[in-house]
Write a protein of this length. Structure first.
Lengths: 82, 239
């Protein structure tokens, strides 16, 4: 099925409590290769048939208006996968 | 003692609302008539004021309050807000008001990642809103707080604007329970008719069921003035 993937991340300048918790767990486990962890969301929007420009435009619209809240999050990617 | 003011205050129930009945009870104890409203309807049934109650609408999926903010009745809620109707969002209701952009900023997971339940001390920072006029500015109150996604955030410039315009309605005192920036517990809009806060005034309205006070166990009634303020605002507007 043709699918549009939308990735949403908490804004870089804002605290990401979930990422911070995972980062803390890694430190406790002795994993020191990663300086920070941030957690976002991935949405998979499945489409019946071809993905045309109009469908992509609609995906961009709902990504900005529903899937993310621009006060606290950024849409960091919208891509078509098969 | 119910409905002695003639004021009718609606409480909207969403799938996953928990505190709608408590809010109705608080409204009755404050002297108004509670009106149960349903998220899927487009009818506010002619109420004078509105409460968006606490809970976990739609399981807090997507973002807390986000899906409820898109409910059918929210179109009428936005119209009513624009016309000056007193609207109070409590906890999940505050999250809905923020998601519906009736109040600025955002609410994220508590900084410590834990659900928190405590009797919380607050300072009333703005006593001139539709929901706070029966308090005095600077008054310290204690009402229950219980949330997982109560961390208030906004850009620095937005926080400065909120402070400058007196839109911070309540601030946490003693303990900041969720990492909210500038200890913000609740906000008002510019007009003062829309107010949202994370703590729960509807759980501090009746002796025997409120927070403990130095005087007696569970005797705290600091939530009642929220609702009597709204009644005063409605009665005042009609006079």
């Amino acid at each position: 099925m043709p699918t549009i993937v939308v990735d949403v991340m908490p804004k870089a300048e804002l605290l990401d409590p979930q990422g911070k918790a995972v980062s803390g767990a890694l430190t406790r486990l002795g994993v020191s290769d990663f300086t920070s962890v941030r957690i976002g969301k991935r949405f998979e929007l499945t489409v019946e048939g071809e993905i045309g420009e109009d469908v992509l435009a609609k995906a961009r619209e709902i990504a900005d208006e529903i899937l993310s809240n621009s006060v606290i999050e950024d849409v960091v990617g919208i891509e078509v996968v098969e | 003692m119910s409905a002695r003011s003639g004021t009718r205050i609606g409480v909207i129930t969403f799938p996953g609302s928990l505190d709608d009945r408590d809010a109705q009870r608080a409204i009755r104890l404050a002297g108004a008539e509670p009106v149960a409203l349903w998220h899927g309807s487009h009818d506010l049934e002619g109420v004078d004021a509105l409460v968006l109650p606490g809970g976990f609408s739609y399981g807090d999926y997507l973002r807390a309050g986000a899906i409820a903010a898109l409910a059918p009745i929210m179109a009428e809620v936005k119209d009513a807000a624009a016309k000056g109707m007193p609207i109070l969002g409590i906890c999940n209701g505050f999250q809905m008001l923020v998601e519906a952009q009736l109040l600025p900023g955002g609410l994220i997971r508590n900084a410590h990642q834990q659900f928190v339940r405590r009797d919380q001390k607050l300072r009333v920072e703005n006593a001139s809103t539709a929901w706070t006029s029966e308090f005095t500015e600077g008054q310290e109150i204690v009402i229950p707080l219980k949330n997982a996604d109560g961390g208030y955030i906004a850009a620095e410039s937005e926080l400065d604007r909120l402070e400058g315009e007196g839109l911070v309605a309540f601030r946490y005192l003693g303990v900041n329970p969720n990492g909210s920036l500038r200890d913000i517990a609740g906000l008002a809009n510019e007009r003062g008719n829309v107010v949202g806060l994370m703590p729960h005034p509807e759980h501090a309205v009746e002796e025997g069921f409120g927070p403990n006070t130095p005087a007696a166990m569970r005797s705290g009634l600091d939530g009642l003035p929220f609702f009597t303020s709204a009644i005063a605002a409605v009665v005042g507007a009609a006079a």
